[in-house]
Write a protein that binds this ligand. Structure first.
Ligand SMILES: *Cc1c(COP(=O)(O)O)cnc(C)c1O
Length: 391
């Protein structure tokens, strides 16, 4: 049988080129040569999930009532735990029944939300460099991403005034992300107030991604978008247990805020997935009810690592600021290099994997991203190796 040509849909054919493929190949070659790779490329916590969460999962997994289909919107008890955590952490009141939605990780909700609100040709405002799911989810819904460049001269915040009037008029939805991946920059309450005014003026749904809200340094807690007046009228906020509790593999997150917006997302989800395993939601309740000591310990570890890596890089003459939050370090590439060539240089000459900034969108050119998801000893060694390799 000859078969027939298997043809992919345009939405797959037009996906942006996989910029990390070349780096991956180089990494595999280096590993094959026996190079001891220091991986500063991954944004995935290296520490284990706290024990009480694992214990709760084990107990809940043994309970037959958890073996059946969960509800689409999530267990009320999990959503109540989310509302309780929101009140305590941000002073924001949420109705667990209508203003909280359980997700299979926040990536799932972020990727699906455009399907609920975007018609072919509609415009979505997307920060760039940024999490690739924003433009890809937009594209899967047939929408067009209008990139809002994150530039040093604006403190790496989207410049809302720079969005052309006719684009703002056409835009239906905007993604924002604070603390930010990949720049680590945090949005202030004043900035969020401007976002609410902008969204009201142009009737744009705000989708704020707060996956890193609990990874912060020097005691400076990032705000929730929902803390500012009017936010719940225009938007929702995505959260994840992934980074806060070292639970990236567990796949649980949630969205909170405007009930009509959440309803749209639920309509899509209830036709595509069947909710989150109840035992994992129970473990999520245990996570959200932990006191601050678990997250304090995590923050302390990341802060110590940051304080090895950033001053070390600065001493070598690299242009880099200590991040106020998240676990990313956004480094300007030295003169004579591009994002890609500096990433290649660090891998070839120092055995260090980093991520080229342009992999997060064209405005990320001129930067590389390093993570502190490895021990401070390895980070110190990375600095030593870069010193030896030079540039
Ligand atoms: C890690 C991350 C997420 C969270 O992903 P989950 O699907 O919840 O694991 C969301 N947004 C950004 C920007 C991230 O870096």
């Amino acid at each position: 049988m000859a078969g027939f040509p298997i043809e992919y849909a345009d939405r797959i054919k037009t996906l942006p080129p996989y910029l990390f493929a070349a780096i991956d190949e180089m990494k595999q070659k280096a590993i094959a040569r026996g190079v001891d790779i220091i991986n500063l490329g991954i944004g995935d916590p290296d520490l284990p999930t706290p024990a009480p969460i694992i214990e709760r999962l084990a107990r809940a997994a043994a309970d037959p009532k958890n073996h059946q289909y969960p509800s689409y919107e999530g267990m009320l008890s999990f959503r109540q735990a989310v509302a309780g955590w929101y009140k305590l952490r941000f002073g924001v009141t949420l109705d667990p029944a209508s203003e909280v939605l359980t997700l299979i990780g926040s990536k799932e909700g972020i990727g699906h939300i455009p399907l609920a609100f975007i018609n072919p040709g509609d415009v979505v405002l997307v920060p760039s460099p940024g999490y690739p799911v924003y433009p890809v989810g937009t594209g899967f819904a047939g929408g067009t991403s209008h990139l809002m460049p994150l530039e040093k001269k604006n403190g790496f915040l989207p410049d809302l005034n720079a969005v052309p009037k006719e684009v703002a008029r056409k835009a239906k939805l905007m993604f924002l992300n604070s603390p930010n991946n990949p720049t680590s920059v945090v949005m202030s309450r004043d900035y969020f107030k401007k976002v609410v005014a902008f969204a009201q003026e142009h009737q744009i749904i705000v989708c704020h991604d707060a996956a890193y809200s609990e990874i912060f340094y020097d005691g400076q807690r990032p705000a929730s978008f929902l803390e500012v007046e009017g936010a719940k009228e225009v938007g929702i906020e995505f959260h994840s247990l992934s980074k806060t509790y070292n639970m990236t593999g567990w796949r649980i997150g949630f969205a909170v805020g405007n009930r009509q917006i959440l309803n749209g997302l639920l309509k899509i989800k209830s036709n595509l997935d069947s909710g989150t395993f109840q035992a994992i939601q129970e473990a999520g309740i245990a996570a959200l009810q932990l006191d601050d000591s678990a997250t304090d310990a995590l923050r302390k570890v990341y802060q110590e690592r940051r304080d090895v890596l950033v001053p070390g890089l600065k001493k070598l003459g690299l242009d880099v600021d200590p991040p106020p939050a998240a676990f990313y370090v956004w480094v300007t590439v030295p003169k004579g290099y591009t994002s890609t060539s500096f990433t290649a240089h660090l891998l070839e000459k120092a055995g260090i994997v980093t991520t080229p900034g342009n992999g997060f969108g064209a405005p990320g050119e001129g930067y590389i991203r390093m993570t502190v998801c490895t021990t401070k000893e390895r980070l110190a060694e990375a600095v030593e190796r870069i010193k030896k390799a030079g540039w």
